[in-house]
Ligand binder design. Structure first.
Ligand SMILES: *Cc1c(COP(=O)(O)O)cnc(C)c1O
Length: 397
């Protein structure tokens, strides 16, 4: 019997919906692409997206920006993080997170990861005590959400402000509270590989009027902040408008127009991702040598990707698994690879940060296998992918 091969593409997202394409064409026909280029009494696509995303997350204020990384940077600047200040973040995340911290001249301090792929709350307490840091940039990496009640209890008790990096959790929640709504600011990405796709783009939400006003000024509102229907009242800007620099990073009407349609469709998309995830999970369950990530009851996840662990395997065995799967069309990404590859890198690779050692986390990071689950895959595709992985693991037993 010859081996089955998978021929799908792990980076192929769905097409932009026709309705969104029509909305984009209408914006282009208008010639008014800049967010502040609106007719009298016209709100414009960007402000409408902000209103709709604020309503979707239950936030008071929303700002649309040029990227998720930009939103993270704006959040740090709005909180007035100073050069040299320690900012806590996950050891298991992607480069834009420590990058945003470094971009304001602050020092990333890495907090360990658990076998559930979430931030280690014991290590968080240690690092808060050791560094005296007042800010945590919490990355819900690959959509895994830590016990947010426990995390907020620790951070509130220590006076640590939490910025949530929700690049992988748009549409997810913890015990019914939307991801991005526990911390003081939530940041989202609308880059192609995330949950709604405008090529590049980001969103920031908060209930704090002064942080919202600062973020809006920072994004490049000039003195046009009155056009932000999802922003605070003009008086709030009086306090900050002379002391907040313009660090341009606005969203435009073209992107906003296609995002608005996708945001309306998001709940259906979430169901589709999770159905695919469950097929892969069932297919891999019981495979000797693989550890699945058990998802907590309180976590309402959006499974746009899949992770499993190969605990304490040798490098050679992991490399053989990656190669065996790849030869059958299944692209696994190994977080433990010694050199950073494509989008994947590890905390030791971010050498602009002070060197740090997290031996417990190293053991887990070494074991993380990761793959995307784009919605262009069918449920049958997902079953095939799981069969291939499980067979390749079997060959290495
Ligand atoms: C994609 C991503 C970001 C940043 O988003 P961009 O829109 O690409 O700048 C931040 N954090 C994580 C974990 C991401 O995957």
């Amino acid at each position: 019997m010859s081996d089955e091969i998978f021929t799908g593409t792990f980076t192929q997202q769905e097409p932009i919906p026709e309705e969104a394409i029509e909305a984009a064409v209408a914006v282009m026909r208008s010639g008014r692409l800049h967010r502040y280029n609106t007719l009298p009494n016209e709100k414009g696509e960007v402000a409408l997206l902000e209103e709709e995303f604020a309503a979707y997350t239950g936030a008071k204020y929303c700002l649309a920006v040029a990227s998720g990384g930009y939103a993270l940077g704006a959040a740090l600047r709005a909180l007035e993080v100073q050069p040299g200040e320690p900012v806590l973040t996950n050891a298991f995340t992607l480069a834009p997170v420590p990058g945003a911290i470094a971009a304001v001249g602050a020092n990333p301090v890495f907090v360990g990861v658990t076998e559930g792929l979430v931030i280690d709350l014991d290590d968080l307490q240690v690092k808060i005590a050791e560094t005296g840091s007042k800010v945590l940039m919490l990355s819900h990496m690959r959509g895994h959400i830590v016990d947010m009640d426990a995390l907020m209890y620790i951070c509130n008790g220590a006076g640590v402000a939490v910025i949530e990096d929700c690049a992988h959790t748009m549409g997810a929640s913890w015990d019914g509270v939307p991801s991005g709504r526990h911390g003081v600011i939530g940041c989202y990405s609308t880059q192609t590989y995330k949950h709604i796709n405008s090529g590049e783009g980001g969103l920031l939400v908060t209930d704090d009027e002064e942080l919202a006003a600062r973020a809006i000024m920072l994004s490049g509102s000039y003195m046009l902040y009155g056009k932000h229907s999802a922003g605070p009242a003009p008086e709030v800007f009086e306090k900050i408008k002379y002391v907040t620099p313009n660090v341009s990073g606005r969203m435009d009407h073209l992107r906003a127009s296609i995002l608005r349609v996708q945001l309306r469709n998001l709940p259906e998309q979430v169901e589709k991702w999770n159905a695919r995830y469950r097929v892969v999970e069932e297919g891999l369950r019981g495979t000797p040598g693989l550890t699945l990530i058990e998802r907590p009851q309180a976590e309402q996840y959006v499974a746009s990707s899949f992770q499993f662990l190969v605990m304490d395997w040798s490098d050679e065995r992991i490399e053989a698994l990656v190669a065996g799967c790849l030869s059958r069309g299944v692209e696994l990404k190994w977080f433990g690879a010694p050199e950073p590859v494509a989008f994947t890198s590890r905390y030791e690779s971010w050498r602009y940060a002070e060197p740090q050692s997290l031996p417990e986390s190293d053991r887990i990071l070494r074991a993380i296998m990761d793959m995307r689950l784009p919605l262009t895959f069918t449920l049958q595709d997902c079953a095939l992918i799981a069969r291939i992985i499980s067979e390749e693991v079997g060959k290495l037993a």
